[in-house]
Design a protein around this ligand. Sequence first.
Ligand SMILES: Cc1cc2nc3c(=O)[nH]c(=O)nc-3n(C[C@H](O)[C@H](O)[C@H](O)COP(=O)(O)O)c2cc1C
Length: 218
Amino acid sequence: MDITEALRTTAAVRDFTGEPVDDATVAAILDDARFAPSGGNRQPWRVAVVRSQDTMQRFAEVTRPIWDAYMATGEQGRVPFNVIDGAPPEDHATGYPNPLLDAPERTGVVLAIAADLRRVAAVDADADRLPMAGGGSVFPFCWSILLSARSRGVGGVLTTFMSRAEQEVAGELGLPPEHALCALIYLGVPTRIVTRLRREPVAAFASHETFDGPTFGD
Ligand SMILES: Cc1cc2nc3c(=O)[nH]c(=O)nc-3n(C[C@H](O)[C@H](O)[C@H](O)COP(=O)(O)O)c2cc1C
């Protein structure tokens, strides 16, 4: 697949047919993704290829309240879990739809992505704001997984809701000490292919020279 097309058409897919994604395909996807960049080229990622239905059910149980709080906060017009005003609402509805949680058995495979924190140069770890740099050594790898999957007819979605409760599945996953669970990537055969993505135009987020400079890309 042409890279420009892949970049512009890789949507988040949560609805899967239930067909498995076989080990050979997962191996090929990971073999592409391993070329992702990372700080100092230290490649801190570790991947658990999860097929156990019990583990997938457990993921759904643990992330359900997190997803509900996320959705309920969004319904109040706030950005969920943001560090400025991200407190979850006290009383809120439950059971917001998410096929990953409602029908985990239809997922083809889940890739649990961990980072070995001993290999991550978290240059802004002491900043007086939310540290952002460390994740940059693992999320390009995650995105490469999704791009490679798309090129092979496999859909998927990067999720981070488990990061809020990683200790609740650390045992099942055998998460080693000094590792962070960064993402669960759900992969499967999509029930339908969405290729038109809603994204802001360049002029909405880019400016000349400074962040308050003249609009770039008009
Ligand atoms: C860092 C990150 C975290 C995300 N976490 C979740 C998540 O916890 N659960 C989920 O269902 N989707 C999650 N997503 C998927 C986003 O909701 C999705 O990429 C976004 O809405 C764009 O969807 P689209 O490509 O279909 O337009 C996450 C995506 C990113 C990049």
